[in-house]
Design a protein around this ligand. Structure first.
Ligand SMILES: [Zn+2]
Length: 479
């Protein structure tokens, strides 16, 4: 309860209005949550300014903890800012516009199918248990730093064993916490300056006793590590650079990811897309993967994840289902990337209302969330699908491409969808929006036209299935 970021001591009692027994710091947060929190803690929350439902605040550790614990179900709900000026600056700045139109395609069938067949839940389980055994990975506990250094060593050992020389691991140090973040890079063979990134936070927190953090977020770290293991196992060499990140201090305001995203943006780094893995192993809902559809997330990227799951996970040995959910302001590290204008997405373990209730407590243990890690394995598969298709292979798959992808071409003009190569063996045509919702479905279509008059102008996915169960997907703009 009394702990706080070490550097916050410098700002301790720096504002007379909020000076109370507990330490205080600046942050940005959702405007409505700020008002709600101020009602509960009138003398411990000062709202400096609100713009477009985002507030710059000065608040005590106690109030921040209440927000994290009681108002929101998952992430901290605020983003730590080093001083008032920086907090106000976040409000005045329009989101940096690095967002590009995503033109991602599905072409790497053989590599992806090979990779997802290699995912082993047992590895994920063992890694979660290793991370849980630290007892705590709190950013300001020596064990947090140790966990980061150990993860770096683990990743380095995997690279050494693979014999690869195009991969490196580095430590990213932060001012606000003694715990570093860890960044792994697989250099792109063709366009090394463009990156696709996945990540998750390594730190844990508890509001009661130990902080084993098995689900939040040993599960995400174990999932991304399994993705790395498989990429090395199949000797996948990307065209674009792949980066894998384990962040420090997410639980106290996205400290690690914010520093990194800020540095990348200030250096004008070309990040095509970012996908967050934070809590992957508790199956709390009927469906498997829940895409978060908060306004700061990228619709285009969500749509691409939908397309991947429609293509690779609809039938067969790697089948799983998906839905959508809302995760709120600053709920996890992808928010840091979105704030800098990058395309970000966050597929989550359950609908937020049904997510793991034992996180942030001494009971966040693998025995509670899922001892076999089979739920997390689905996220490892989705992550591999994303990495391989977004980064693209620089090598031919065993010299021969065996699977042909899209048989159908779709043209949309004046809100009418026309299918080129229409055949009568098509059993269904589905139109899916960026939240994964089916907005139109035609069973056994008799004509090659579908009217989309009632749908707004946006990106959609068209999923076509024939009577052999073969699925083709294609994205389009309804205009
Ligand atoms: Zn988390």
């Amino acid at each position: 309860m009394k702990k706080c970021l070490p550097l916050l001591a410098a700002f301790f009692f720096s504002n007379a209005v909020v000076a109370q027994e507990s330490q205080a710091f600046h942050a940005t947060m959702d405007g409505k949550s700020a008002i709600e929190l101020q009602k509960l803690f009138p003398s411990e929350v000062e709202i400096l300014k609100t713009t477009d439902n985002q507030s710059a605040v000065f608040l005590t550790e106690k109030a921040a903890q209440h927000l994290h614990k009681n108002i929101l179900t998952h992430g901290p709900g605020y983003v730590y800012q080093q001083d008032a000026e920086t907090a106000l600056d976040v409000l005045s700045k329009k989101t940096d516009n690095n967002q590009k139109l995503l033109n991602l395609t599905i072409t790497e069938n053989d590599w992806v199918n090979h990779s997802i067949s290699k995912v082993n839940a047992e590895n994920i389980k063992n890694h979660i248990m290793t991370l849980q055994a630290y007892g705590t990975r709190r950013h300001d506990n020596p064990k947090g730093k140790q966990a980061a250094l150990d993860l770096k060593t683990k990743w380095e050992n995997m690279i050494t064993a693979s014999g690869r020389t195009d991969i490196s691991v580095s430590i990213f140090n932060h001012n606000a916490t003694p715990m570093p973040s860890v960044i792994l890079k697989i250099n792109g063979a063709t366009t090394p300056n463009q990156s696709v990134i996945i990540g998750g936070h390594l730190d844990s927190i508890s509001f009661s006793g130990q902080a084993p953090g098995a689900d939040d977020n040993a599960s995400g770290i174990a999932s991304i590590t399994e993705m790395l293991r498989v990429l090395l196992d199949i000797n996948f060499k990307p065209q674009r650079t792949i980066e894998i990140m384990a962040y420090s201090a997410e639980e106290v305001g996205l400290v690690g990811s914010k520093d990194i995203a800020q540095k990348y943006a200030s250096e004008n780094k070309d990040v095509l897309a970012y996908v967050q893995f934070d809590m992957t192993n508790y199956k709390g809902s009927a469906k498997d993967v829940y895409l978060t559809t908060d306004s700061y997330n990228s619709n285009d990227l969500n749509l691409f994840l939908v397309e991947l799951m429609e293509h690779y996970n609809k039938t067969g040995a790697h089948t799983f289902t998906y839905g959508n959910t809302i995760c709120n302001y600053g709920c996890s590290d992808h928010f840091s990337w979105a704030q800098k204008g990058y395309n970000a997405a966050f597929p989550f373990e359950a609908s937020f209302d049904d997510s793991n209730p034992y996180i942030h407590s001494s009971q966040d243990l693998i025995s509670v969330s899922g001892s076999t890690a089979t739920h997390a394995a689905k996220f490892a598969k989705l992550g591999l699908e994303f990495l391989i298709e977004a980064a693209k292979s620089s090598q031919a798959y065993m010299a021969v491409q065996t699977t042909k992808t899209n048989d159908f071409k779709v043209v949309v003009d004046k809100k009418i969808l026309k299918l080129i190569n229409f055949k009568t063996d098509i059993t269904s045509i589905k139109i899916i929006d960026a939240s994964g919702k089916i907005v139109k479905e035609v069973v056994n279509p008799k004509s090659d036209f579908i009217s989309l008059e009632h749908l707004k102008e946006a990106y959609y996915l068209c999923v076509i299935e024939d009577n052999n169960g073969k699925i083709s997907t294609t994205k389009f703009i309804n205009q």
